[in-house]
Design a protein around this ligand. Structure first.
Ligand SMILES: Nc1ncnc2c1ncn2[C@@H]1O[C@H](COP(=O)(O)OP(=O)(O)O)[C@@H](O)[C@H]1O
Ligand SMILES: [Mg+2]
Length: 147
């Protein structure tokens, strides 16, 4: 059940690079219903663009597939889910290690490190051949001070 004052949007879009920017801005606009600071909104933008770009680049490897982005909020907490039905992650613990990447020529292996750093919570559910879901949540720092 959603708490009083809760809200939710569900978006589904093809895994085109152009949609990475759409997703990060849409998530930040949704998040701005809570009292996040500008720095926190920037952190949310980075986390969402890393998650969605991973779906585009790694999940679908440039093939076209569908990505779902769900943004939900309760009174004091933002929850974001990014799902792809791409190749999945063979070893999630390894994927979370700083500088681990399966594309060492092209990439730095820091995307998931940023997601974990910038969000309060990150849960990755992934099955090889089936796809990947990232669940992340974050509360505004002021909400944490108040409570
Ligand atoms: N949605 C995804 N689908 C498949 N593999 C993924 C996905 N997200 C991350 N990975 C794997 O985890 C690794 C680490 O991701 P990340 O920290 O973002 O680094 P980078 O994108 O620079 O490689 C990727 O190289 C890739 O192997
Ligand atoms: Mg990445």
């Amino acid at each position: 059940m959603m708490a009083t004052g809760g809200n939710m949007v569900v978006m589904r879009f093809p895994s085109k690079a152009a949609n990475i920017g759409f997703a990060r801005t849409a998530a930040a606009l949704f998040a701005s219903q809570l009292e996040f600071t500008l720095d926190e909104l920037d952190e949310i933008k980075i986390a969402v663009s890393e998650a969605v770009s991973n779906a585009v680049i790694h999940g679908y490897k440039g093939r076209e597939g569908e990505i779902s982005l769900t943004c939900r909020l309760t009174d004091e907490r933002l929850e974001i889910t990014v799902t792809d039905e791409g190749c999945g992650i063979a070893d999630v613990d390894q994927a979370l290690e700083p500088a681990f990447t399966t594309e060492p020529e092209e990439r730095m292996g820091l995307g998931l490190v940023f997601v974990r750093e910038y969000m309060d919570e990150l849960v990755i559910d992934s099955k090889p051949g089936k796809g990947t879901t990232l669940f992340m949540s974050k509360s505004p720092i002021q909400a944490r001070v108040r409570s």
